[in-house]
Design a protein around this ligand. Sequence first.
Ligand SMILES: [Zn+2]
Length: 114
Amino acid sequence: MKRVKNSHTDSRTSNVIKHRPPVVENEIAEIHNHKWYHQKRWTTIRLIQLSKQPLCQRCLSYDEVKPALHVDHVMPHAGDAKLFFNTSNLQSLCHSCHSFKTKAEQRGEYLDFR
Ligand SMILES: [Zn+2]
């Protein structure tokens, strides 16, 4: 396994989707506290995603092995139930990569590390 230093400073291996307006900061908190995150349907989807892909998919693109703690929506659901529960819109990320991705969303960039 190769370890790359400072691997979290660029996004060279991700696909950047740029066709939606940036997500503003207070919108992000709202999105991450949505009631759907507390539903059994979501907790089941989340566990299935983490069992299928237990490693951070962004770290893996840098040959780093790190457990994933977050199940991220590649395209933010923005209150859209279809997008929220769509299992093909999910990627597993570690905490720092999830923060990195969230910051990119504020610039209108939606990073896909799958
Ligand atoms: Zn990561």
